[in-house]
Each structure stands twice: as C-alpha cells, then as structure tokens.
Design a protein around this ligand. Sequence first.
Ligand SMILES: [Cu+2]
Length: 178
Amino acid sequence: MEVSKRRLLAMVVVLMVCNIKEGSATKHIVGGSDGWDESTDYDSWAKTQTFAVGDTLVFKYTPGLHNVAELGSENEYKSCDTSNAANSMSTGNDVVKLDKVGTRYFACGTSGHCSAGMKLKVNVVAADKQSSSSSPTSDSSSSSSSSSPTSSSSTFGVLSGLYFFPLIVSAVLPMFGL
Ligand SMILES: [Cu+2]
C-alpha cells in the first residue's frame, strides 16, 4: 500500500514535468553560437526569434570581459546609458526570464561595448501566439498522397511520449527511494 502510494506520487511528478515541457518555453541563447560579444549583430539575430512570455534569454560570455545590464527605456538603449541599469548580471551564463508582454532592453556595461553594437532589444509577445503559428498550413497543398501529414506528426508526438515515459519513470523512481 505504502509503495503504490509513492509510485503514484512519482507518476504525478513525472506527468507534471511532461506538462511543463509541453508548454514549450523556448530558451534563447543570445547571439546563437556566437554568444554575447562585440562582433554579433543582435538586431539581425533578434529578427530570427519569436520571444514569448515564459521564454528565457541566456547570455553566454567570458565573465570579466562582458556583463549584462537591463536598461529601463528606449532612450537609455539608444544612448547606451547603463548608469540606471535595473538588473546587472556578470556570471557569464546569465538567464533572464521573459515574464510579461512588452519590450526589454539589454546592453553590455563594459566601456565602449554597447556603442560598438553590444546591445539587444527584445519584443516579448503573448505565449499562445507562438503555439498557434506552428500549425503546418503549407502541408495542406500536398493533396496527391492519401496519407495526411498532420495526423502522422501528432501520432509521432504521442509515440515518442510513450517511448520516453518509462525512461523518465525509471529515472525519477530512485529519487523517491523506490
Ligand atoms: Cu561587452
């Protein structure tokens, strides 16, 4: 009886973890493989991304060389004024949660770096917008084949979930001493 209760608890935890993953919050590595440095065009990079509420930004750089300061306004962003920065980070692996809709501004506080282009403006949109845009509308044009591509992709999702479920359970159970 005791064991089955624990097992049930473990299952609930696993399901909760799966649900969080279903929400598909995106981790944006700022600058992609280039990371946070002086030679990357962050305007161009930002245009390739959709920033949704719940997503996170990750600034990766060599600590001491750069840092990350969150600026309060468009004017501060334009003039590279980091003197009133609300949130300064310097670990080299700084994570920023995008918790609401709106525009956010970031810059490097190292002298001269922001004016050299080391700054980032991010427009955060509502989370549900992102998930609805991922529907494969282009697939509907391929009417020649009898198999529908949308059902096969959702079947794959279910199958991969079924496949990974025992793996996750076996990974979590030892944590509960089972
Ligand atoms: Cu810098």
